[in-house]
Design a protein around this ligand. Sequence first.
Ligand SMILES: NC(=O)CC[C@H](N)C(=O)O
Length: 195
Amino acid sequence: MMKIGVLALQGAVAEHIRSLEAAGAEAVAVKRVEQLDELNGLVIPGGESTTIGKLMRKYGFMDAIAAFSAQGKPLFGTCAGLIVLADRIEGNEDAHLRLMDMTVARNAFGRQRESFETDLRVKGIDEPVRAVFIRAPLIKEVGPDVDVLSTYNNEIVTARQGHLLAVSYHPELTDDYSLHAYFLDMVKEAAASRA
Ligand SMILES: NC(=O)CC[C@H](N)C(=O)O
């Protein structure tokens, strides 16, 4: 069985663990870099990206996750986790892991629409995906290696670059496990190609 970690420094951790288990994976909360060695994939959850970034630096996760990614092990960033994966953040803010070739805007929906739910069409998933947006970021620009998997009002909200998956919403807050299942497929493929 594939073992997937959820970075547990801040944010929606338990919900991701539940969704990963429902999709058929073994899931664990990750608090120490040593745990990464035993994982096939890692989720970076939603929460507050500045806080997550600070704690990642403090506990040595920046280099450890970069090395994890360099082995081709998949990463899945949701909401704040998407911001953490991005190479560029609008507004002169320092980026964090800089793994995905994209520019993101934080809190991009403004006050009127701080949070809402909708059904999204996601490339590679047959049924519409239930998505909860909470003070969500948007992907403003992507490089040539990034595949856009879904848009909302013509703005990019789901993207994939090889073994890296990013969504601007919270798929873990619904009973729809299709994105976690999609990520689990990415993890299985990556593990098979490393074997
Ligand atoms: N729900 C979320 O993860 C929101 C992300 C948060 N607004 C940030 O910029 O980090």
